[in-house]
Write a protein that binds this ligand. Structure first.
Ligand code: PMP
Ligand code: GLU
Length: 398
């Protein structure tokens, strides 16, 4: 469409959301799709958080515009949590609450980037990083981890990628799509490189913090000397099964928090008041449901890894966190069932969708064209059936 801007024309559609839509379309036609494409907990938001939202409505106190950066008590609770759990020395004024971590990331990159600024992205990376950076007229520069090093690019790779245009570095840990987790030592080594460049910010995406199978979550902002050069991104979607409530946040230096607030003040204002009240209860309430969900993801990781290892030609590492597994399926490239030939990971995802009725996401969307992403945020029965079907249809490719 000629009237559309270059900005929107050059923006790719979110591959995760596109695949989820495809799965919904198939389901609407009555096809029994098992959806393992969307990174979305299959659990319901814990009851006490639901109740808090109902009470907020019934109180009649929360119908007006909330403050742009979020309710003060929510920002205070977030700052408390960051100090206590993550050893990040921030106050409420350093925190801005947004409509999901995706919105938080958009605020941050709009606030940080001028045209041509480079952002070094640890790859494989979450699908929206590159597009949000481009939307803010920045240039993503990828440093690549491989399956051999657990998909973790190194501090040395980071150092080699830095130029005088580098403005920021972004990673997620636990990582979407690979499940890789950076240890404190690994973050320390990355921090040493960044500290040599005081004008570079690290965007540390910790949204899968509570789904970490290593027993230890490390935060970049807690690495000595990194507080002023780090913005921590987190949210309620994954740890509290609150994807639809849309609450995320940033915590960083005051100048950046103020810039994100300014951005948000012109584009969205403060986010949904009732969702914020629910978030206050989530962050200060019982963590048992979060722990139970994490235990279920760990059990499913074992299940899925075991079943994937039984599929010939598929190679997967063991995810250390989040709820994705990211197998290398490149063995199937060039193979055919007599009708369809598989040339790449996108072809394989479509083949699996069409023939096994299981939706997954191509690794191309995450910067790794040899892999596909399978979400294990699904029931044990669905996971077993999905992998049985995938194994069956892959066996037809020769
Ligand atoms: N970062 C990562 C790594 C993600 O996987 C997601 C997807 N939920 C987000 C950010 C965005 O989260 P939210 O749903 O809070 O916008
Ligand atoms: N983050 C999830 C995923 O990667 C949700 C979808 C999205 O926001 O892109 O599947």
């Amino acid at each position: 469409m000629d009237m559309l801007s270059n900005r929107i024309n050059s923006l790719s559609e979110s591959a995760t959301l596109a695949m989820a839509q495809k799965a919904r379309d198939y389901k609407a036609k009555g096809i029994d799709i098992i959806s393992l494409s969307l990174g979305e907990p299959d659990f319901k938001t814990p009851k006490h958080i639901q109740e808090a939202a109902k009470e907020a409505i019934d109180s009649g106190l929360y119908f007006a515009y909330p403050p742009v950066p979020g309710y003060q008590d929510l920002r205070e609770k977030i700052a408390e949590k960051l100090q206590k759990d993550n050893h990040i020395d921030v106050k409420a004024e350093n925190v801005v609450v947004s409509a999901g971590a995706k919105h938080t990331l958009a605020n941050i990159f709009m606030a940080l980037l001028d045209p041509g600024d480079e952002v070094i992205v640890f790859s494989p990376y979450w699908v929206s990083y590159a597009e949000i950076i481009k939307l803010a007229e920045g240039t993503p520069v990828f440093i690549e981890g491989t399956i051999e090093n657990d998909f973790k690019a190194s501090a040395a790779q980071l150092e080699a990628a830095i130029t005088d245009k580098t403005k920021a570095v972004i990673y997620s840990s636990p990582c979407n799509p690979t499940g890789a987790v950076f240890s404190r030592e690994e973050l320390g080594a990355i921090g040493e490189v960044v500290k040599k460049h005081p004008n570079i910010m690290v965007v540390a995406d910790e949204i899968y913090e509570h789904i970490n199978f290593t027993g230890a979550h490390a935060s970049m902002a807690a690495i000595p000397g990194m507080l002023e050069q780090t913005v921590t991104v987190n949210g309620f979607a994954k740890g509290y099964a609150m994807t639809g409530w849309r609450v995320g946040y940033m915590a960083g230096p005051l100048w950046l928090a103020k810039a994100c607030q300014k951005m948000q003040g012109q584009v969205t204002s403060g986010i949904c008041s009732i969702a914020q009240r629910a978030a206050v209860t989530a962050i200060s309430g019982d963590m048992a449901p979060t722990k139970e969900m994490a235990a279920a993801y760990l059990r499913r990781r074992e299940l899925v890894k075991g079943l994937i290892d039984e599929i010939p030609g598929v190679k997967a590492n063991l995810p250390q966190g989040a709820f994705y597994i990211f197998p290398d399926i490149s063995d199937y490239f060039g193979k055919s069932d007599g009708e369809v030939t598989i040339n790449n990971a996108s072809d394989l995802c479509l083949y699996i969708l069409d023939h096994a009725h299981v939706s997954t996401v191509t690794g191309e969307a995450f910067g790794e064209p040899n892999c596909i992403r399978i979400s294990f945020a699904a029931s044990d029965e669905d996971l077993k059936e999905a992998l049985r079907r995938i194994k069956e249809v892959l066996a037809k490719l020769n």
